[in-house]
Design a protein around this ligand. Sequence first.
Ligand code: GDP
Length: 533
Amino acid sequence: MRHGTTSVVQDLDVGQEAARRRSFAVISHPDAGKSTLTEALALHAHAITEAGHINGKSGRRHTVSDWMEMEQARGISITSASLQFSYRDTVINLLDTPGHADFSEDTYRVLSAVDAAVMLIDAAKGLEAQTMKLFAVCKHRGIPLITIINKWDRPGLDALALMDEITEKTGLEPTPLTWPVGVAGDFRGVVDRSSGNYVRFTPTSGGAHVAPEDVLPPAAAAAQEGAAWDTAVEESELLGASGQDYDPESFLAGISTPVLFASAVRNFGVHALLDVLVDVAPSPGPRPAVGGEPRAVDDPFSAFVFKMQAGMDTSHRDRLAFIRVCSGMFERGMVVTHGRTGRPFATKYAQQAFGRERTVIDTAYPGDVVGLVNGADLRVGDTLYLDKKVEYPPLPTFAPEHFAVVRAKDAGKYKQFRRGVAQLEAEGVVQVLRSDLRGDQAPVLAAVGPMQFEVAEHRMATEFNSPVYLDRLGYTIALRTTREWAKVIGAERGVEVLAREDGELLALFPDPWRVSSVRTHHPNAVLEKPTAA
Ligand code: GDP
């Protein structure tokens, strides 16, 4: 059994290791190119040798991240973890957010474990719905954002118009680091706005290899690209004149966003993103703790669980608890304290997981993600620590928008049914709402996105041996109310009040009009956005 020590030498190392870590996630709308970008990043960082290994979808070489049968059937990635690679002596952790159109709490939770995010925008589509939802979470958490305008090799919107759209929709000031030479669809390269040089884009076949990037001085660029170069330089100067130059302070404060133009599929602009991550993205800092001083990154080990994942390998029935290290050094085998129960937790089985590939992990530092096997007692939001107690704040849960009654298909398997529902609730796969009226045999599952129901249904059948019926309910809004108001509100037509495990009472409404009419009837009623579970 090894214990983390707090010798001066180790503290120094931990501080240095933390300083060279960058942990980020990509937020985007489906099809904007997140999988392609992920592959390209890893390719550039030499984590893998050829694109197509990590998140490949049908038609590409491997389908590494499709663990669950359901995922394979639908060609989507539901499960997620992190990819670690090194670049320029920096260790980069790319936390994978599920890329399907549906929302799940998982996606949001991943954002609680990163220090920065990359907002990936399709040049032809601009800011889309899911990007905006995820952006709102980043903004709420104060996560600095780097913006990539992707697919510049395809016809798309005007570059300046895209900058305006970013300002209008997000309130962020776009501060481009590069500016495209050639309109969308005629991607010749970019002006590197800090040096004024031309980074010429040389397409390679299929984008499977690192694309060569030639750097030319302005005069040579002008001679080669003519009017396209002149336009790019003029527009870049225009941006400068309106104060849209990269500014580290406002970037870290979440006021401005550095912008890069790219073609992920052609591997162009990816190199620039890696440099930006190393040069400007923040390294892990002290994480605020409940009722105490924040723990410095070189303090003794602490981490929190941001994600639970089960059933990735049906033959092993394993359950991985993914933690983000906040302070100190993680050493596999060390015994830490599980904050919620106060019990010791042995970290003998620690893994790194991305896609199907898993490797045993021996040490980790602040910013890193570790998958702990046998983490059945752990729950999302739990803190693990060494030495002095620390408790990280609970992760936010989001107001559910989808509701379904769950019932065991086989009434004889009630025990399995109850155990399964309790486990899914503990893991945060779905929220479980109950009322005396509905009884314990038919609780209501609540989710941010309907796919959470499919995961629940699948796991109830395959893992807990209790196939279930799910009957969707017509509610779309959940608002918190009080015990005093519950009776009154619950008596309103079309409204139902249910209790969540943490004791919060949620009033469910079919639509916003019902909410406003109930509010009109009861102007003093407590009806608020639900708080974290
Ligand atoms: P995700 O859903 O965000 O992970 O998107 P994918 O990475 O799967 O990409 C969606 C589609 O867009 C795929 O057909 C990609 O080949 C394509 N794509 C991604 N990046 C680019 C790009 O830079 N240019 C072009 N032309 N296509 C791209």
